[in-house]
Design a protein around this ligand. Sequence first.
Ligand code: COI
Length: 353
Amino acid sequence: MSVPELKIQKTQNSRLADFDFSNIPFGKNFSDHMLIAEYSEGQWVSNEIVPYGNLSLSPATTSIHYAQSVFEGMKAHRDEQGHIALFRPEENFKRINRSGARISMPPVPEEIFLGGLNELIKLDHGWVPKAEGTSLYIRPFMFGTEPFIGVKTPNRYLFVIITSPVGAYYSEDVSVYVDDTNARAVKGVGAAKFAGNYAASLMPVDAARAKGYKDVLWLDAEQHEIVQEVGTMNIFFVKNNNTLLTPALDAGFLPGITRDSIIQLAKYLGYTVEEARWNIHDIVAMIEKGEITEIFGTGTAAVITYINRLGFQGKDYHFDPSKYMVSVLLKDTLVKIQKGIIEDPFGWVKRVL
Ligand code: COI
């Protein structure tokens, strides 16, 4: 399929000079430009980088009514020499098209996703922060735009990339509530980065917050027993300081790119990784025997976030992240690879500038 040549319209009013890089919250500030590509009636009809701004949509836009929307989360990092690199961008490109296929979307061509992203990052390179724990978060997303109220696969879409300088997603260690009543998603859609999965998580997460927890650890939608993910992160348990236990991919939860990176990195560093269908009762039994020494989550936004408390069926299990060793080493190594501080033995880091 032919793809329109990328057009670039630069902003006349850059906000960069006024941006306070000393205090960066997650996801509230956006860089000067965004990429927008439109698909209509079987072809890509436009492909542009334009100044960041509002979209104008019909109130009948299909995705507003029927949630046909998928997204990605990626990061660009600045290394000590000032070079900018993306982390495993091809994996996000492949995943958005897997997610889109599940909800009947046409694929985004590589030239638009990866080609456009590279140009966008080059143009907004000044927005990639330098400080430890910061990066440029990248949010590609795609949604149906046909103005039509009937339920059918629409014939118009927008693919958009916005970017946002960010600090930590979680500013502190996280407590999780194991929800054994609600489900985040069923198999199939659960593995898609599909907007509706995140909408479905909101009410149970609010309920967990009202109980004093920060987030929910989801179980499978059928038995409510098999450990899945946290919703913003994949989950890992460290057993006896040397073995990582994590759910095997089962189409019910997100196949995280950071999850995959941590599995590869842990094996490279000599740890054992067991991917399996972990029953929450077996995990809790291991916790009660003192075998689980660390719990942590992985994600693009969350990087590695330490879990300090797990609540299940009226009992709280406490962990002390200041004593964590395995997850601290994994986080430190991953961040150093991403920031170009140590060699990348995996070929994950893709220099843009
Ligand atoms: C990410 O880690 O990039 C995510 O998409 C998780 C969350 C911010 C929704």
